[in-house]
Design a protein around this ligand. Sequence first.
Ligand code: IPM
Ligand code: MG
Length: 370
Amino acid sequence: MKKKILVIPGDGIGLEVTRCGKAVLEQVASDNGYEFLFDEALMGHSAIEATGDPLPGETLQKAKASDAILFGAVGHIKYDSDPTLKVRPENGLLGIRKGLGLYANLRPIVLFDELLQASSIKPEVLKGTDILFFRELTGDAYFGEKVRAADYSSDLMIYHRYEVERIAVKAFEAARTRRKKLCSVDKANVLESSRLWREVVQEVAKRYPDVETTHMYADTTSMQLIKNPRQFDVILTTNIFGDLLTDEASQIAGSMGMLASASIGDGAGFYEPVHGSAYDIAGQNKANPLASILSAALMLEISFGLKEEANRITEAVRQVLKNGYRTGDIADTATDKSKILGTKEMGEKVLEFVRQSAVSKKGKAEVLPA
Ligand code: IPM
Ligand code: MG
């Protein structure tokens, strides 16, 4: 197997975590004799500093020519405190989502049992939660017409029928391979764009009679996610609601640092942690690399069809956690038994377990370490 992978570290902790994600991909390639050809490109604040553009033409070109992209994060504190700045790091990410036609963002909320204590939600409420978000990614107020005058402004919240239909089909297909439940989240009691959303999802649902379809308002969903997260299987939602609800849902998985995501569309897949650039801890070897590593696993599964290799990575992460290794964000403060590692060391621990599982697969060792 030969694949071209573009790495876009971006800003802040993106640089540190993508190194770990890439290392896992290299390990899988060398274990299996695959040829993964890596290239790198700029985006976000680092790209603005170097070229004046958050998404240089060369980055988009390289992305279009690759089989998959591993992305870190974009953002810089300088822009957070100054809303008047016109050129912004986030525009790089939005531009590449649009440029690659990445209309569906899959965000799996999977809770490792080892992290039950890391969440601020009660373990008995959380245990067994397994949600797959389908967040629409190239429509809504993110991409509708923007107007700014001296004393007013507006963002057009717009959805076309085809935009809702194509992601709904993807979400229903996924539901079929899971527990066959799909909850579509909107705000159809208030928003016209949500009424279209609901209408189209109802139409698509007729093609999937084996999937139990429900509709929930976004405000209710934000409450139900904390009250009873186990009720959800696939959640299908709009760009804005998906942005908000997946940050909330990250607390089910213990930390933003655990949440991986896959953005897919018509071409190459784009794999990114849900967390941002976290400048407060950037460059300090403190960031949790597991979201990037789990994003690399999603790449292997979704873009390259390597489900077994993806499972090996997830299992390696589980083993690392089982053995008590933690980054600061997921430390078990109640028992204080965690072995706290830096970003680099955490990445290396995962690699160790990935290597061991490759050896045991080849029959050179009998069992995985406990
Ligand atoms: C996300 C992020 C982005 C978004 C930002 C960085 C533009 O919050 O991927 O969830 O709003 O989509
Ligand atoms: Mg977000």
